[in-house]
Design a protein around this ligand. Sequence first.
Ligand SMILES: Nc1nc2c(c(=O)[nH]1)N[C@H]1C(S)=C(S)[C@@H](COP(=O)(O)OP(=O)(O)OC[C@H]3O[C@@H](n4cnc5c(=O)[nH]c(N)nc54)[C@H](O)[C@@H]3O)O[C@H]1N2
Ligand SMILES: Nc1nc2c(c(=O)[nH]1)N[C@H]1C(S)=C(S)[C@@H](COP(=O)(O)OP(=O)(O)OC[C@H]3O[C@@H](n4cnc5c(=O)[nH]c(N)nc54)[C@H](O)[C@@H]3O)O[C@H]1N2
Ligand code: SF4
Ligand SMILES: [Mo]
Length: 726
Amino acid sequence: MRTALRTCPICDAVCGLRLTLDDADRVVDVRGDTEDPFSRGHLCPKGASLGALDGDPDRLTRPLVREGDGFREASWEEAFRRVEEGLAPVLAEHGRDAAAVYFGNPTFHTMAGFVYRQPLTQALGSRNTYSASTIDQMPKHVATGHLFGDPFAFAVPDLDRTDHLLVIGANPLESHGSLCAAPDFRGRLTALRRRGGRLVVVDPRRTRTARFADEHVAVRPGTDVVLLLAMLHVLFAEGRTVDPDSLGFPVAGLDRLREVVAAFPPTLAERHCGVAAEVVARLARDLAAARTAAVYTRIGTSTAEFGTPVQWLVDVLNTVTGNMDRPGGVMFTRTAALEVFRSPEPFTTGRWRSRVRGLPEVLGELPVATLADEMTTPGEGRVRALVCVGGNLVLSAPGGPRLGEALAGLDFMVAVDPYLNETTRHAHVILPPPRIVQSAHYDFLMQIVTVRNYTRFSPRAVPLGPDQRSEAEILARLTLIAAGAGAAADPAALDEQIVGHVLAAGASIPGSPFEGRDVERLAAELDGEDGPERFLDALLRLGPYGLSLARLREHPHGLDLGPLEPRLKELLATPSGRVELAPDALVADLDRLRDRLAAPPPELLLVGRRQLRSNNSWLHNTPGLRGGGNRCTLHVHPDDAARLGLGERARLRSAAGELVVPVEVTDAVMPGVVSLPHGWGHAGGRQAVALDDPGQNANAVTDATVLDALSGTAVFNGVPVELAPA
Ligand SMILES: Nc1nc2c(c(=O)[nH]1)N[C@H]1C(S)=C(S)[C@@H](COP(=O)(O)OP(=O)(O)OC[C@H]3O[C@@H](n4cnc5c(=O)[nH]c(N)nc54)[C@H](O)[C@@H]3O)O[C@H]1N2
Ligand SMILES: Nc1nc2c(c(=O)[nH]1)N[C@H]1C(S)=C(S)[C@@H](COP(=O)(O)OP(=O)(O)OC[C@H]3O[C@@H](n4cnc5c(=O)[nH]c(N)nc54)[C@H](O)[C@@H]3O)O[C@H]1N2
Ligand code: SF4
Ligand SMILES: [Mo]
């Protein structure tokens, strides 16, 4: 028996874990790491199941290649050769855009996903680049890009110091927080209440977080944009906004903003949001009156028709109440490794458009909602091949079943995934990453959104066997194949190129520790077992804390780098050099809202529901996480159930599709709203536990034709539906 320390890779909370491994290197016990200065021993049921997940007998251990209607195991050499044979002709005959790539949620957590995403995308050279961002946080990037000029400068609630937290469309007691990395969210909210602070939740459902809060305000799905405009209306009308000169950073657009919100009085919000006008006004006044306050929003408003306007208005509220970039408000991290990348080109979108629907590119990506169109619409530039890294699109994307049919018609698909599932079963080659504990871990991306500055590196706990390939090597080889270098090209050479890039950039930054130094010499000094570790070492050395991989290894429980500090002024990258409170694109997008408000509201709206013992599409195969409340049911309010005469099962229909689902009558949802969790609908894979109680695919009824216009993000919350007894 021995112990190994590592960060949990499953969600944004980045909890430190203490694993016990037996002599056969199996994980036999998982505890929270009480010495981690950030998570202090916190652990949730998913983290506690990491051993079962890591040792899942259904995880693939060898590559699979398609043979007839089935799969057979193959050597890595054969598998990579098959990738080359499948991909190269598509690129040669139909051009770069004929191959698409998708990066799924787990690639936002893995080191390999962070390091190779750009090289692989560049090597493919396709406009058809997709990721989970356009079914998740893209509205936040777009709003942030317009407000601050840097689409990655995410304002994070200063959870541990705020006096007033307004949560809109997030359920951190079940999701454990998102774009707000805060292990033990419940403990932090308990501390908020104990120091006399106030927690208010705006959500169409009475969630675990809503029940915990001082106040829960039920809002009609998709209407938060009106609520926020009306709150701003109140603040301006009552002179409750702070003096812009007191903010500590320059702002532009205040007068225009005042004009815009003048058209949205609280009475209008009452009509559309189902929230009484005096409650709307009080929400605004409470925010302005609090000593410090933070407004926080996530999936409930991000994957919604007005996702980008809501993310914009949330940070506008944070700004005009004087809470932007100050302790107790919302703040910006100073990361240990990513500061070199902080200032990008001026933010812009639409540098190219999707072929079929003409949707604008954002951050180099096209909307996942149009991937099926690109695969099935004939013509030049049709997508004929897919590289799918850590994505279960059939269950995760809007109109998933239709996308599944499109995948079945591809000339070639390769999946990098530990499971044979609903999506990867359409692949011609499946390349499995090794066990979880066989990968080193560093949260490049999550460290952008921690509520304290914090960093931690976990070395791999179990070495790779001779028949295994690291995810880094898999992605490096795919990159080389896409670049035309072939299946046998040397991944180490690619790694040196990637690392060389960082070193050269560092050497050209005035005042950096690498300034003027020779890249080859620098490369020889780097530490690390493989490309990603060396890459990390380079970034840490260039970072603001003067760290290195060696220093992080000396601190296996992680390093607390202190509370967040004001720094917006140095991050600002707008052409005006000011925070743009009323950007043209956002103000113009409100025309779409006026049209929507003029139409009669749908009678019944579908929203999602995350479940504590689940994580998107891939944890349903772990026995310890099944059962209890973790079932795929439709929550229906008793009034709606009675009105519609519903029994045990109901037929749920939208413009996009139809499902028969088990009904759970509960007043946890407001009348006129039904809720179905996503990630279910298991079929056709090799996941015995998941297939035993497969549930229904919520994305059979979400509609890929309705999007948040500016970001191309799919609408999962606020889908018009009809319901009838089945
Ligand atoms: N209706 C509805 N749909 C939604 C949402 C919703 O709220 N409602 N939420 C959306 C959101 S926010 C997200 S992020 C997406 C997520 O959707 P996806 O991007 O599809 O991500 P996951 O379902 O988390 O996992 C995808 C795949 O990654 C594999 N995987 C697990 N670990 C690893 C690893 O280490 N490496 C690799 N290469 N693969 C791995 C899993 O086996 C699984 O097949 O779903 C979205 N879909
Ligand atoms: N247990 C668990 N944890 C997870 C995941 C998981 O699947 N399971 N997924 C992970 C991922 S990928 C992500 S992105 C995060 C997401 O983290 P969160 O955003 O915190 O997760 P959700 O539970 O989807 O919370 C969204 C809330 O918005 C509400 N809502 C729906 N429509 C509206 C609306 O129109 N207005 C308002 N105001 N609210 C609305 C929903 O009822 C729901 O309570 O969670 C991560 N953590
Ligand atoms: S809260 Fe998230 S990071 Fe922490 S143990 Fe659970 S799944 Fe892992
Ligand atoms: Mo997500």
